[in-house]
Design a protein around this ligand. Structure first.
Ligand SMILES: NC(=O)c1ccc[n+]([C@@H]2O[C@H](COP(=O)([O-])OP(=O)(O)OC[C@H]3O[C@@H](n4cnc5c(N)ncnc54)[C@H](OP(=O)(O)O)[C@@H]3O)[C@@H](O)[C@H]2O)c1
Length: 279
């Protein structure tokens, strides 16, 4: 069995990957308390003390709003942390897989495929792109977007945030003139399973099958779960993001290279989640 060391194993995406693929890979979760990726010496000694074939690097500073005021910290974790890890992985001649984001794009000229040119507009996006540049051609880079799953207590994703608000009767003001691609985390796990078994130093997008506005996304959740659709109102990108950290406006990210795993549409993902929740 291939041995996969995982940073960010306790996170939204990492926990589900390990849950779903534990019968196919031997995972070695790397806890922050044992190895802070910003501490070069700790990374060096800890990584050299374990045996692994591939390092799956999910750990990141992921707070998009917080990054605007904590720029140094975001770059320290997402750029320097990535460099600390890659240096050791290269020295022991193992494989390196860096998870990145659609936030590397500016969202002005969709669609975005693997050959599109990044131009981040937020500090978070810039710090993740800096991490990509550290990796360059010395590892695999996989970009994901708006990951969601059925259950995870520690952090909400966009699906569970909106579902929770609607269940509590809150009115929503959803942007109707921008695009995003929600991605079912189970698909990310299975797609990564293929890529980890078929490793190459390349860039891939592993994203959901359809782009939609946040308004459509919220309406889809309301419909799928029988919630009150009249709670879902509309706003514009400019109004919603006035004085806020911006995500790319038309973040229609797609893949020209994913011929190995069929990603689900959002409607399909919601239907799979309904099944999971009723088990
Ligand atoms: N969530 C999204 O919407 C989204 C979208 C696109 C791409 N991504 C990317 O997908 C990856 C996973 O995201 P996620 O949402 O699963 O992350 P998450 O839930 O926010 O978890 C972040 C993980 O990083 C670890 N970490 C943070 N700083 C660290 C440090 N200095 N040293 C070691 N570990 C550290 C955390 O450890 P502790 O638990 O110990 O703090 C945690 O396990 C990230 O690379 C992110 O950029 C996420």
């Amino acid at each position: 069995m291939k041995k996969i060391a995982v940073t960010g194993a306790s996170g939204l995406v990492g926990t589900r990957i390990i849950e779903l693929l534990s019968d196919k890979f031997e995972f070695i979760p790397l806890k922050q308390e044992n190895m802070d990726i910003t501490d070069k010496d700790s990374v060096n000694s800890y990584l050299k003390s374990i045996s692994f074939d591939l390092l799956l690097h999910l750990a990141a500073y992921t707070n998009v709003v917080g990054a605007e005021t904590e720029k140094e910290k975001a770059f320290l974790i997402n750029e320097t942390g990535t460099k600390n890890l890659l240096d050791v992985v290269q020295s022991v001649k193992k494989e390196f897989l860096y998870i990145s984001t659609d936030f590397v794009f500016d969202g002005t000229t969709p669609p975005y495929v693997e050959t599109s040119t990044p131009n981040p507009i937020s500090v978070y996006g810039a710090s993740k792109y800096a991490g990509e540049k550290v990796v360059g051609n010395n590892g695999m880079i996989v970009r994901i977007s708006y990951p969601y799953r059925s259950v995870y207590e520690i952090k909400k994703d966009i699906f569970r945030t909106l579902k929770g608000l609607l269940e509590n009767g809150k009115t929503l003001s959803m942007v109707d003139d921008s695009l995003m691609v929600p991605t079912f985390i189970d698909d990310i796990a299975y797609g990564l399973g293929y890529l980890m078994n078929n490793y190459s130093n390349e860039l891939f997008h592993l994203v959901g099958a359809d782009a939609m506005s946040p308004y459509t996304l919220a309406m889809s959740i309301a419909k799928a779960f029988g919630l009150n659709e009249s709670l879902v109102g509309k706003t514009t990108y400019d109004v919603y993001f006035a004085n806020k950290a911006k995500g790319p406006r038309y973040s229609d990210i797609r893949s020209n290279k994913n011929t190995f795993y069929k990603m689900h549409t959002f409607e399909e993902g919601l239907s799979l989640i309904k099944n999971q929740l009723s088990l």
